[in-house]
Design a protein around this ligand. Sequence first.
Ligand code: UT7
Length: 336
Amino acid sequence: MGNNLIPLRIAGVGYSVPDAVITNDDLTKLYDTSDEWIYTRTGIKERRVVSGEENAVDLGFVAAKNALEKAKMLPEDIDLIIAASSAPPDLYPAIACHIQARLGISTQVPAFDITAACTGLIYALSIAKAYIASGMYKNILLVATDNNSRLVNWEDRSTSILFGDGAGAMVVTASEDGVDDVIAIDIKSDGSIGDLIELSFDGKNCPLVEQYEPKPQGIRMNGKGVYAFVAKILPHYVENLITNAGMKAEDIDYLIPHQANIRIIQAVQERLGYSDDKVVTNIKYYGNTSAASIPLALAESVEKGNVKLGTTAVLCGFGAGMTWGGAIVRLREGIC
Ligand code: UT7
């Protein structure tokens, strides 16, 4: 971006997960599976799920409050809200509008959702970067949240083992010291392979016209197809992102990837030549939380001290669409 564009500062990050824990052993009550099968193929031991009326809006609200607190900002400081979700609890109102109301943010502030599945946070950050760069908005709240446990088919053992619920949030603002915390960002999509992961919400025709057979409910995924596609493109893609930014893998302190499958994470890790302490993984405890996955991994690892601040990280993700993307970011002191 040119010199007259306003740089972005990541001011705060936050996360939230529901209390209910479902272990791999618990899943053996639903279908024929085992902890050993799930753990060796995915790296997942347990996941969190919403219960009762709790949903992605509730999780997103808590993550947003945490991120605002870390950013030392009040809800009234925010001038744009963007929420990213693979599947919001309501198609409308948007999650962002729900969160605006819960935080008591002025009606003068626009709020909207984007759909880029598990790449949602990177897409949202890219949008926020352009808005801040242009001077159109200054303090932007990004919320990435999903309640996959409501959307999986709990009879499908190859898909329902993978997913969990959670939320992550990020407050970004116009940087006042000239330093841009988004060193590089890139987003991609390929709609021609959209049938690799699908979740239909197609309703019914008007009763006065010809009817049709609705698509099956619940998340449908070609696991092998997704795995093959991502394992082929992602390591190379992340390496290129770094090279195109004029950097080397060793210039970056951490890899914070989408938590979909430990073997995919390891493929990226291997390509970058990173030791385990440079790679953030929490898939063991949360499974795949879709849009929430990257900001949840970021905020939790900083909070736990596994990621030190005053460092840089490469974020990368992929998901339904298919979408994928990556960002190289600065993690300043005080963001969490
Ligand atoms: O953000 C969303 C992105 N999605 C992903 O990243 C998914 C990527 N894909 C994967 O992670 C893997 O493809 C899975 C973990 C989903 C599946 O692993 P796989 O090695 O591709 O297994 P598979 O689907 O080929 O199934 C192998 C066998 C089958 O049995 P047969 O036909 O060989 O007898 C399945 O029926 O494993 C069986 N199977 C299971 N066995 C025990 C499938 N699910 C289970 C299960 N427990 N939960």
